[in-house]
Unconditional design. Structure first.
Length: 306
């Protein structure tokens, strides 16, 4: 694949636009997962209406600009994914398309955490800052207390959050929950790619693929793959965000989650996450498949299936 052509076409156009449109769902998901039981919001719709009434449009995009560097994750992910796929297929002779994508996607997700984790942590503190006492308490509030001490001279909330995290935990504060984050995104890919190809095979059995039909199959297969992987990783997502914002150890976080939430860890914050991940997967994969065909190297053009 011609990556020089692929990057601006696929990543900047599709990834950036879809992330922007779906960002409010990330805010809803974060607040729902950080609250204890239903102490703040009764559900997704209540969270949306409450944020809209009390904070307006800006509340739904709080922390958005901090996540802009995550576009770099798309570059990292695509590069590792495509290069590793080529090695597995060409050099190692692996023939399973789903297996190749599964391994490549998992490795690519792990590599992209270097950018994802610190930007997620900063953005999450920005999302809850206005109502921090409702989401965190006790010894967990060191970052928030540091942040409040700079309120009078504040010029940039993002900059102050960065300083508050560093003051509380040093550099390691920006990578708190790195392992938990990896246990979300790596398994997400390990579930997504086999599901994606399996659903495509099911659609091909149901009807003969055509040019238009193939892209539709890929779009809906990606949506369903996103649904499967989102449901499978929801408890890990809850562990990730609570480790990062509540600043507790893995053992303590798991203990608190089970004591306070019980079986709801499997669906807490799931609706907005499900909508966001499934739509993102569908649109990005459809765009990825189209642009991939356009950016294929000349020697492989005869192998392209439209």
């Amino acid at each position: 694949m011609n990556l020089a052509l692929f990057y601006p076409s696929a990543l900047l156009r599709f990834t950036w636009s879809v992330r922007t449109a779906l960002y409010p769902l990330n805010v809803l998901r974060s607040r729902l997962q950080l609250q204890k039981q239903h102490t703040v919001y009764r559900g997704t719709f209540h969270a949306f209406t409450d944020i809209w009434k009390t904070e307006g449009f800006r509340g739904l995009y709080r922390g958005f600009w901090v996540t802009v560097p995550q576009i770099g994750c798309s570059f990292i992910y695509s590069t590792v994914y495509e290069k590793l796929r080529s090695i597995l297929r060409t050099d190692l002779g692996v023939t399973s398309v789903a297996g190749i994508s599964c391994i490549s996607g998992g490795a690519a997700s792990f590599c992209s955490q270097a950018i994802f984790v610190p930007t997620d942590i900063i953005a999450q503190y920005m999302m809850i800052y206005n109502n921090a006492d409702k989401f965190i308490s006790g010894n967990d509030k060191a970052v928030i207390e540091n942040l409040r001490s700079t309120e009078k001279n504040r010029k940039s909330l993002a900059t102050d959050v960065l300083r508050a995290i560093y003051k509380a935990d040093g550099i390691q504060g920006f990578y708190r929950g790195f392992l938990a984050s990896s246990t979300v995104y790596v398994p997400f890919c390990l579930v997504f790619w086999p599901s994606y190809y399996w659903f495509q095979d099911v659609f091909h059995v149901l009807h003969p693929p055509t040019m238009r039909g193939l892209l539709c199959d890929q779009f809906f297969a990606a949506i369903l793959g996103g649904v499967c992987s989102t449901v499978a990783t929801n408890p890990m997502e809850l562990l990730r965000i609570r480790c990062q914002v509540h600043r507790t150890t893995y053992v303590e976080t798991i203990s608190r989650m089970w004591r306070n939430e019980g079986a709801s860890i499997f669906w807490k914050g799931l609706p907005p996450r499900l909508i966001s991940n499934s739509l993102y997967s569908g649109v990005v994969m459809a765009g990825y498949e189209i642009v991939k065909r356009l950016c294929v190297l000349p020697e492989y053009k005869d192998q392209v299936k439209w």
